[in-house]
Design a protein around this ligand. Structure first.
Ligand code: EPS
Length: 397
């Protein structure tokens, strides 16, 4: 990320989360309400835990915007943690005189074990607070600005949940060619997913996903799954084949894998492509004279060839592992006494795949806004619009 850079800071039970976004061009209309819409979507989903009943995430903007429009200067935001009032002593910024109960037993699958050894913290809370997926609230807030920017150029980023545990949908935008008619209008994808408590587009599979989450909860276990994020309306030519760190697929993969709990990323038909012959994988190229545009019979490449966007919808699938905090904990070791025991229990979620799919949208918006600015540059929306419109006319000739 070099044109659209961001930082986040904040502990899960500290006073709040802070974010800074640098590189947003001048003249983009944005409000705290726009950001709130995405923050609300991240908080939803069947399988979320008690924390989401405490928080009502709202990002207060501190800089970079005047009279509803970006100035071109860094945008900074704060999301206050409502839960902070219950943690003021345990997470005090200053020294405290009382004894604080320390966490000494790492949860397998979390950052607890390696993090506490790496940073030399005896109290594992000093690791788990920042490793928590609470941090993603700020990424969603910053991603909402990137989304608003992309919307100016007709780019729409949506997501849906494909799989939770064994309940799996076979719908993928990667199977659709330019002229195919999907089961439902693609422009309704986001609204339909938002209506489902597991963000699933198929009612029968939705029921199975909800049942799987309820069973896991009753068994004091957790579940993972897979979500698909799609970007419609991308111009041809974002990213580049010329160098490894300019390839858009690499940048998307890295960004998705940086979301807590993500274990795999595929573009288009991804892992399945390794089981098919080349003629069954690659997407033939055609030209429609009447529409004066190229088209494809399918989109197995998921909108990316050679690390460059090719004008088809961009399709990314991400696999999330089950949440590492288990109410029926796995074996672990007390790192103070070295005695065998069971892992620490911390309030958590049973399944956060629906929330992760919203986070995936936000992270993709941030990567795409960066790649878009790299291609079209400019200090203001108007300047970028001129370059973008000229390119759109030229790139299909
Ligand atoms: C989260 C806040 C956390 C967890 C969850 C996501 O809040 P708390 O720890 O107070 O319950 O609910 O974090 C994790 C699942 C994790 O592994 O860290 C949030 O805001 O999304």
């Amino acid at each position: 990320m070099n044109k659209f850079r961001y930082y986040t800071a904040g502990e899960s039970h500290g006073p709040g989360l802070i974010g800074i976004l640098e590189g947003v061009p001048a003249g983009l209309e944005i409000s705290e309400e726009d950001i709130f819409l995405d923050l609300q979507r991240r908080q939803m989903g069947h399988g979320r835990g008690g924390r989401m009943r405490i928080e009502k995430d709202f990002a207060r903007i501190f800089s970079g915007i005047r009279f509803g429009k970006t100035l071109g200067s860094p945008i900074s935001m704060l999301i206050e943690n409502k839960d902070w009032k219950n943690w003021e002593t345990k997470m005090s910024i200053g020294k405290v005189d009382v004894d604080i109960q320390q966490v000494r037993i790492p949860r397998p699958g979390h950052a607890d074990f390696a993090g506490s050894i790496k940073y030399g913290h005896k109290d594992i809370r000093s690791i788990l607070e920042r490793a928590s997926a609470r941090e993603t609230a700020m990424r969603v807030a910053l991603g909402a600005v990137a989304r608003k920017f992309l919307t100016e150029f007709g780019i729409v980023v949506v997501s849906h949940v494909v799989q939770i545990h064994k309940a799996q949908s076979d719908f993928s935008v990667a199977h659709l060619g330019s002229n195919d008619t999907p089961e439902f209008p693609l422009e309704q994808m986001s609204a339909l997913a938002d209506e489902s408590s597991v963000r699933c587009l198929n009612k029968e599979i939705e029921r199975k996903m909800i049942a799987a989450i309820d069973t896991a909860k009753a068994q004091k276990d957790t579940l993972g799954g897979v979500f698909e994020v799609v970007a419609f309306g991308l111009p041809i030519g974002l990213g580049s084949h010329v160098h490894w760190d300019r390839k858009l697929d690499g940048r998307i993969g890295g960004a998705m894998m940086s979301i807590p709990g993500m274990k795999g990323v595929e573009i288009g038909i991804g892992f399945v492509s390794g089981t098919l012959t080349g003629s069954k994988v690659h997407d033939a190229i055609y030209y429609d004279d009447s529409e004066a545009q190229y088209f494809r019979s399918r989109n197995h490449a998921g909108g990316l060839e050679g690390g460059i966007s090719n004008g088809m919808p961009l399709v990314v699938r991400v696999a999330m592992k089950p949440i590492a905090t288990l109410m029926n904990p796995l074996d672990s070791v007390n790192m103070e006494t070295k005695k065998a025991t069971v892992a620490h229990i911390e309030r958590s979620d049973v399944c956060a795949v629906p929330a992760a799919s919203v986070i995936g949208e936000s992270v993709l918006c941030l990567v795409l806004a960066d790649a878009f600015l790299e291609k079209f540059g400019g200090d203001s929306i108007e300047e970028i619009r001129e370059r973008h419109d000229a390119w759109k006319r030229q790139s299909v000739k």
